[in-house]
Design a protein around this ligand. Sequence first.
Ligand code: PA5
Length: 455
Amino acid sequence: MDFEIRIDVSRAKSAAVGAEHGITPAELRAIERRIAAAHEDLRRERAEGVYGFWDLYKDEAALSDVKATARTFSEFGYDNLVILGIGGSALGTTALATALKPKYYNMMSRRGRKGCPRLFVMDNIDPVTFCDMMRLCPPRKTLYNVISKSGGTAETMSQLMIIVGAIEKKLGTEALADHVVVTTNPRGNGAPPSLLHPVADTYQLKSFTVPLNVGGRFSVFSPVGMFPAAMLGMDLDALVAGCRAMDARCSSPSLAENPAYLRAAVQYLAHTEKGKVMSVMMPYADGLRDVADWYRQLWAESLGKRLSLDGDEVFAGQTPVKALGATDQHSQIQLYREGPNDKIINILEVRRFDRTARIPEALPGIAPLGYLRGSTMNKLMAAELRGTMDALKLSRRPVSRIVLPRLNAHTLAQLLYLLEVETAMAGRLYNVQTFDQPGVEEGKRIAKALMGAGA
Ligand code: PA5
């Protein structure tokens, strides 16, 4: 397949960086049996529907609903789509948009945006940011998608209340149904009640559901990410095809065949055997910078756990760090090369960019710039990436690389799906509950109490 992404862990191995810092063939062989057993557990859980992220891309009913609803709302000609949500309810959409829409998308004309709305992801409650967004996005011209799986997160609820107040004031209560779409957990079947259900009922709002067995950080291919993607004109079918392709590649228990399991094994061994307590994700493409942010949540919330599945205190987890090439070569690489050798560095490479930026034969009088004259930024970026990888190798720093032939909906979906499966396998290796987040819930509960909730 033309668009198949490739992984390369050779520079995380002992042959590249020595046995003190790199994984030895014996260590990889030794973990094969655990991987095979964990594979069986994951397969069983998938078949039983315990965790549902694996099959989101197959949910044709949900995808048709998303597409049809996006078509309907697109006819209203909104200038703005505002996402109200936080954590897993926001990071996936941001990663998709940064990767698949032009960098300065919101500054483009409506025509340049192919008639699609601008995107504002409100994933915080900074009052200045929110008020600025309100000024830029008047209710009459804006569709708001409030996304909260639990339907009770204080940050998101506060945003919704401000928006509902503004719509009621400017347009009247009856306008809410034309301006607010809800995404939350399903009703009944033991689902915890979402406060967004009575809101949707009262104001007759269109609602999407996030399956009960899909956690926020694994929900990008549910309506959480797919509805905004459809509103922004992204190619949902290509996203689905990318998931399907990676799912097929991740069906084998063999480390030689399954890229997600190989990456999980390498990261896990790098941490537990080689002391790499941090996992840096460093894309060499602006379009992937928010994938690093999305991955940061996925890796941190899924693996950062006090208790093992057996109930023992283990304080598991590897700290994910995001960086950006080549920018952070001038900020972080000094530390990564010469500071503590406690990181595994994941490089994301895009082999072919959609554009070529030629460097002209300019400044002819400046001889030292001759190496740039007549070249391209594309070539320079590739050289920076290769230079960093080689320099890291010289310092015996393990590197794991993912190569995307191009950056598009197909390859992006492969990448996100790969990282989700990798995280699921890593959770098994750490023997922790990958799919919950008790540490987050506790903070939410305390903050609500401080605000007087339940009083
Ligand atoms: O991954 C997770 O489950 C969390 O990060 C949630 O997405 C985040 O806390 C927001 O929760 P909710 O979608 O319920 O508002």
